[in-house]
Design a protein around this ligand. Sequence first.
Ligand code: SAM
Length: 257
Amino acid sequence: MSNDNSSIHDFEIELICEYFSLLERQGPGSPDVTLKALSFIDNLSSESQIADLGCGTGGQTIVLAQNAPGQITGLDLFPKFIDLFNSNIRKSGLENRVKGIIGSMDNLPFQKESLDLIWSEGAIYNIGFENGLKTWRPFLKKGGYVAVSEASWFTTERPKEIDSFWKDAYPGIDTIPGNMQKMQDSGYIPIASFILPKDCWIDHFYKPQVRAEKVFLNKNAGNKTAIDFIANQKHETELYYKYKKFYGYAFYIGKKI
Ligand code: SAM
């Protein structure tokens, strides 16, 4: 029984990875936003050690590497993403400074106090915002930075439909002041937070999915799991258009005390 369940689960994960591999980014964001977040970081040199956790196929890592000095390790749970990551890094000519490794963000393979910067776009939710900040802190040097983007409420009240959707999908979602407080409580000075503009969702995440959906459904024609998955993606997209004034992504930048 448990074996059956886990193979169904593995099968779904395989399909989800296949779908997101068709996209340059696996979450909302943009080169402009990566650069804006980077503008708050002032401790980097060619000796710096940077980790990009939940790096996916590396859309944001390439922007980071082209605009920040130092060595970057991208880490992701899924081998398919890391294969694509390393191939994208080679195509960008960055392989001397950037490498992708398979690993989990809750069991980091780095030395304690070895990192100058921990970057993570749209991925810390996998282990929870506060838990992630606390788990990662020992790996940063004193004075090192963390820069993460996270789904966040913009208001303290919101319509029931979107409130229920997020409480089911990610009960840890909080307001921006709530997350800033969690950052402070986790041993960081909160340096900055800013809301990602809507183009990060619409132009850089949802619009590229129109083509990806077609390719994916053609390849998996008649596969109910694939069809249901795309229906869910469409539902999420519709909810975003309907309720975007109540939630979105925010970037949070903190400095280890
Ligand atoms: N940072 C990329 C971006 O912005 O395009 C990817 C964001 S995607 C929404 C979340 C990423 O977290 C996926 O690539 C997923 O494979 C990765 N992930 C999920 N659980 C993880 C874990 N425990 N450790 C490392 N990566 C994980």
